[in-house]
Design a protein around this ligand. Structure first.
Ligand SMILES: [Zn+2]
Ligand SMILES: [Zn+2]
Length: 173
Protein backbone atom coordinates (compact mmCIF):
# COMPACT_ATOMS: atom_id res chain seq x y z
CA UNK A 1 0.00 0.00 0.00
CA UNK A 2 1.49 3.36 -0.93
CA UNK A 3 2.42 5.56 1.98
CA UNK A 4 1.01 9.08 2.19
CA UNK A 5 3.11 11.82 0.65
CA UNK A 6 4.07 13.30 4.00
CA UNK A 7 4.34 11.07 7.00
CA UNK A 8 6.34 10.17 10.02
CA UNK A 9 7.29 6.57 9.38
CA UNK A 10 6.56 5.16 12.81
CA UNK A 11 3.66 7.28 13.91
CA UNK A 12 0.06 7.18 12.84
CA UNK A 13 -0.14 10.97 12.76
CA UNK A 14 1.34 12.90 9.81
CA UNK A 15 4.30 15.12 10.68
CA UNK A 16 5.10 17.93 8.30
CA UNK A 17 8.63 18.79 7.22
CA UNK A 18 7.59 22.41 7.58
CA UNK A 19 7.71 21.94 11.33
CA UNK A 20 11.01 20.24 12.18
CA UNK A 21 11.88 19.51 15.80
CA UNK A 22 12.62 22.58 17.85
CA UNK A 23 16.31 23.39 18.00
CA UNK A 24 17.42 25.64 20.82
CA UNK A 25 20.42 27.50 19.39
CA UNK A 26 21.28 29.19 22.65
CA UNK A 27 21.55 25.97 24.55
CA UNK A 28 23.01 24.19 21.49
CA UNK A 29 20.79 21.20 22.05
CA UNK A 30 17.36 19.98 21.20
CA UNK A 31 14.62 21.67 23.15
CA UNK A 32 12.53 18.58 23.50
CA UNK A 33 9.59 17.87 25.70
CA UNK A 34 9.92 15.19 28.33
CA UNK A 35 10.90 12.52 25.83
CA UNK A 36 14.03 10.59 26.58
CA UNK A 37 14.19 9.20 23.04
CA UNK A 38 15.66 12.49 21.85
CA UNK A 39 19.41 12.84 21.63
CA UNK A 40 20.94 14.34 24.75
CA UNK A 41 24.09 15.64 23.08
CA UNK A 42 24.48 18.88 21.08
CA UNK A 43 22.48 18.44 17.92
CA UNK A 44 22.76 19.35 14.26
CA UNK A 45 19.88 19.60 11.81
CA UNK A 46 20.60 17.66 8.63
CA UNK A 47 18.74 17.38 5.32
CA UNK A 48 18.67 14.29 3.16
CA UNK A 49 17.40 13.43 -0.30
CA UNK A 50 17.64 10.48 -2.66
CA UNK A 51 19.21 10.92 -6.09
CA UNK A 52 15.89 11.50 -7.90
CA UNK A 53 14.66 13.70 -5.01
CA UNK A 54 11.36 11.82 -4.71
CA UNK A 55 12.24 11.23 -1.05
CA UNK A 56 13.47 13.85 1.37
CA UNK A 57 14.07 13.87 5.10
CA UNK A 58 15.32 15.99 7.96
CA UNK A 59 16.85 14.80 11.21
CA UNK A 60 18.56 16.03 14.31
CA UNK A 61 21.82 14.19 14.84
CA UNK A 62 24.84 14.24 17.10
CA UNK A 63 27.90 14.76 14.83
CA UNK A 64 29.94 12.69 17.30
CA UNK A 65 27.84 9.68 16.29
CA UNK A 66 28.98 9.56 12.67
CA UNK A 67 30.62 6.20 11.96
CA UNK A 68 31.97 4.14 9.12
CA UNK A 69 30.92 0.50 8.91
CA UNK A 70 33.09 -2.01 7.07
CA UNK A 71 30.80 -5.01 7.51
CA UNK A 72 30.10 -7.12 4.44
CA UNK A 73 26.37 -6.34 4.56
CA UNK A 74 27.10 -2.62 4.32
CA UNK A 75 29.48 -3.26 1.44
CA UNK A 76 26.86 -5.19 -0.54
CA UNK A 77 23.86 -3.04 0.37
CA UNK A 78 25.60 0.29 -0.25
CA UNK A 79 27.48 -0.76 -3.37
CA UNK A 80 30.58 0.82 -1.84
CA UNK A 81 33.68 -0.51 -0.01
CA UNK A 82 32.29 0.91 3.25
CA UNK A 83 29.29 2.81 4.48
CA UNK A 84 29.16 6.02 6.52
CA UNK A 85 26.20 6.26 8.89
CA UNK A 86 24.73 8.41 11.63
CA UNK A 87 21.85 7.59 13.91
CA UNK A 88 18.89 9.76 14.85
CA UNK A 89 16.07 9.19 17.28
CA UNK A 90 12.81 8.33 15.53
CA UNK A 91 11.27 11.33 17.27
CA UNK A 92 13.84 13.60 15.60
CA UNK A 93 13.38 12.19 12.08
CA UNK A 94 10.85 13.36 9.48
CA UNK A 95 10.43 11.73 6.09
CA UNK A 96 8.62 12.97 2.99
CA UNK A 97 7.95 10.70 0.03
CA UNK A 98 7.24 7.05 -0.64
CA UNK A 99 9.89 4.55 0.39
CA UNK A 100 10.42 0.83 0.01
CA UNK A 101 11.88 -1.56 2.56
CA UNK A 102 14.03 -4.66 2.33
CA UNK A 103 14.25 -6.56 5.60
CA UNK A 104 17.58 -8.18 6.26
CA UNK A 105 17.91 -11.01 8.76
CA UNK A 106 21.28 -11.12 10.50
CA UNK A 107 22.98 -14.36 11.57
CA UNK A 108 21.81 -13.54 15.10
CA UNK A 109 18.23 -13.61 13.84
CA UNK A 110 17.83 -9.86 14.33
CA UNK A 111 15.73 -8.33 11.55
CA UNK A 112 16.63 -4.89 10.23
CA UNK A 113 14.76 -2.82 7.67
CA UNK A 114 16.82 -1.33 4.87
CA UNK A 115 14.88 1.62 3.52
CA UNK A 116 15.47 2.99 0.02
CA UNK A 117 13.86 5.05 -2.73
CA UNK A 118 11.79 2.76 -4.98
CA UNK A 119 12.44 5.02 -7.98
CA UNK A 120 16.22 5.55 -7.92
CA UNK A 121 17.29 2.94 -5.35
CA UNK A 122 19.25 5.33 -3.12
CA UNK A 123 19.78 3.78 0.34
CA UNK A 124 18.24 6.14 2.90
CA UNK A 125 18.35 4.58 6.34
CA UNK A 126 18.10 1.36 8.31
CA UNK A 127 16.26 0.56 11.52
CA UNK A 128 15.03 -2.32 13.64
CA UNK A 129 12.17 -4.11 11.87
CA UNK A 130 10.15 -4.09 15.09
CA UNK A 131 9.55 -1.07 17.33
CA UNK A 132 12.54 0.99 16.16
CA UNK A 133 13.74 3.77 18.45
CA UNK A 134 16.45 4.99 16.09
CA UNK A 135 17.08 5.28 12.39
CA UNK A 136 20.59 4.78 11.06
CA UNK A 137 20.88 7.31 8.27
CA UNK A 138 23.11 6.64 5.26
CA UNK A 139 25.47 9.61 5.15
CA UNK A 140 25.79 9.51 1.36
CA UNK A 141 22.35 11.07 0.91
CA UNK A 142 22.87 13.79 3.55
CA UNK A 143 23.49 17.30 2.20
CA UNK A 144 25.79 18.23 5.08
CA UNK A 145 27.97 15.11 4.70
CA UNK A 146 31.17 17.06 3.98
CA UNK A 147 30.90 18.61 7.46
CA UNK A 148 30.39 15.25 9.16
CA UNK A 149 33.69 13.37 9.38
CA UNK A 150 33.29 9.89 10.88
CA UNK A 151 34.36 9.63 14.51
CA UNK A 152 34.83 5.87 14.60
CA UNK A 153 35.03 2.80 12.43
CA UNK A 154 33.32 -0.52 13.08
CA UNK A 155 33.73 -4.02 11.63
CA UNK A 156 37.24 -3.11 10.55
CA UNK A 157 38.19 -6.81 10.31
CA UNK A 158 36.25 -6.98 7.05
CA UNK A 159 37.53 -3.66 5.68
CA UNK A 160 38.85 -3.81 2.13
CA UNK A 161 42.64 -4.30 2.30
CA UNK A 162 43.14 -1.77 -0.51
CA UNK A 163 41.05 0.97 1.04
CA UNK A 164 43.98 3.00 2.40
CA UNK A 165 45.66 3.09 -1.02
CA UNK A 166 42.36 3.97 -2.65
CA UNK A 167 41.60 7.03 -0.55
CA UNK A 168 45.17 8.27 -0.05
CA UNK A 169 45.74 11.59 -1.82
CA UNK A 170 47.33 10.79 -5.17
CA UNK A 171 47.60 14.30 -6.55
CA UNK A 172 45.44 13.28 -9.48
CA UNK A 173 41.86 14.47 -9.72
ZN1 LIG B 1 14.84 8.57 -5.52
ZN1 LIG C 1 27.63 -2.47 8.42
Amino acid sequence: MPLPAVFHPYSSSPRSLAAPPQYDKKADRIASPANNNHLEAPAMLIHGACHCEAVRFTALIDPAQVSVCHCSDCQVLSGAPMRAIVKAAIADFSLQGTVQTYTKTAQSGQRRDQVFCPVCGTPLYGCAALNPEFVVIRLGCVEERAQLPPQRQIWTASAMPWLGDCVAPSGAA
